[in-house]
Design a binder for this molecule. Structure first.
Ligand code: C5P
Length: 405
């Protein structure tokens, strides 16, 4: 991954400020980034900002002869390994779809022989307009990677699809472009978690009742997967022990699929030793004490079968007591009331160093945002509601800092 070069074209939209955070993440992943700012983009951020963050000259005009003498626009369009347009406005995408080259940005996009990724951001009606959808389809048919915008409240006060995806999500899409993502697994000595092995559990467990039915907790796996991806981005070797979910494996992460709590416990044990463990999985507390070998049939007399339950092993508590306990163990707590008090009690009872507690009385489960409290021996830190990708990166950075100290 180190040494890959991104040409970042920053279009004109309020989301342009998020390109600054994207530059930070690209550089953190060991890649170089050179920026092109459109006239529209320069209404929102300055070339100086992009130059300072990228530590590279910023290009704005096709008619900048000095730059033409130093580096022609054809070379600029070919020197990168990937061209990223972020934010990609409706106007920029319309021009791209029609081969219009009336500015430095659009000329580079027409001249490049490298893969192009567009990250759209615009008002919901503009995104949904037939013309934009037609342009997006044409770009995809032409081989341009067009990310789907996020859904939510927009700067213009409307609600719906059109928000720029979070920089962490864009970064994962960028990483996935290189070498099928495998390059990210190559150890990078200068990354903060280089040389560290981190174990993550995520998703629900399924406890069979019979061959077609099971007991489970509600869990999409999104937060755990985002944490695994963020840890890998910071250079860790990550083993992700995952219950059944419909998510794709984050770039650079080794995934071990399990179904039940007992399988998860065995996979966790097999993955040790680790420098840190982040137990995000929503493990079912109980299983049937013996699953039926064949499908349980309705009797017809209206009397339901009786399920006899057995308690599952507590994977987190077992890990904390084990002589293979990682130096840093983090548990999660999903609570609907008295969140912090329950989390602190859980920390003392099960023995992790931190409990990351979230209030699941709203729509956290399956959603894309999370508001968490970090409960440690030193006290409680509460983070504002933010996207799960952002929570994940902040947790990964905190883990890196804790392991370094
Ligand atoms: O008790 P509760 O399920 O709320 O505890 C949550 C924490 O414990 C999470 O970190 C979860 O992954 C872990 N856990 C576990 N094994 C269980 C139950 C919970 O590892 N059987």
């Amino acid at each position: 991954m180190s040494g890959k070069r991104i040409l970042l074209i920053v279009g004109g939209g309020i989301a342009a400020y998020k390109a600054c955070e994207l530059i930070r993440l690209i550089r953190k992943a060991g890649m170089a980034v050179r920026c092109v700012l459109t006239d529209g983009g320069s209404q929102f951020i300055t070339p100086m900002t992009l130059a300072a963050l990228s530590e590279q000259p910023v290009h704005t005009s096709l008619w900048d002869l000095k730059n033409e003498a130093e580096m022609g626009h054809i070379r600029l369009s070919r020197e990168a390994d990937l061209v990223v347009v972020c934010p990609a406005t409706a106007d920029l995408m319309a021009k791209m779809a029609n081969g219009i080259s009336d500015s430095l940005a659009t000329t580079l996009l027409l001249a490049t022989d490298k893969p192009v990724m567009a990250v759209p951001a615009m008002n919901v009606r503009m995104w949904q307009h037939a013309a934009t959808q037609r342009n997006v389809q044409r770009l995809r048919d032409d081989g341009v990677i067009v990310l789907d915008p996020d859904q939510g409240a927009m700067a213009c006060g409307e609600y719906g699809p059109g928000r720029l995806p979070e920089p962490e999500a864009i970064m994962r899409a960028i990483l996935a472009q290189f070498d099928g993502g495998h390059a990210a697994a190559a150890p990078r000595a200068d990354l903060p978690l280089a040389g560290r092995h981190v174990l993550v559990t995520a998703g629900p467990t399924h406890e069979p009742i019979d061959p077609v039915r099971y007991i489970a907790n509600r869990s999409s796996g999104k937060q755990g997967y985002a944490i695994a991806g963020a840890l890998a981005m910071l250079g860790a070797r990550v083993t992700l022990v995952s219950g059944p979910v419909t998510l794709s494996t984050p770039v650079g992460v080794t995934r071990v699929d399990v179904e039940s709590a007992r399988e998860m416990a065995a996979a966790v044990d097999a993955a040790l030793p680790a420098d840190a463990a982040v137990m995000v999985a929503a493990v079912a507390d109980w299983r049937t004490d013996s699953a039926a070998a064949t499908k349980i049939k309705k009797t017809g007399d209206g009397v339901p079968p009786t399920l006899s339950l057995a308690e599952n092993p507590d994977i987190l508590a077992t890990l904390c007591r084990s002589d293979k306990r990682p130096g840093l163990v983090i548990g999660f707590a999903a609570e609907t009331n008295d969140v912090i008090a329950h989390a602190e009690a859980k920390r003392l009872r099960k023995g992790p160093d931190w409990i990351i507690a979230n209030d699941v009385s709203g729509d956290v489960m399956g959603g894309d945002r999370n508001s968490v409290h970090i409960v440690t021996a030193a006290g409680v830190e509460s983070w504002d509601d933010q996207p799960k990708d952002v929570v994940a990166m902040k947790i990964a950075e905190r883990i890196a800092a804790a392991l370094a100290s």
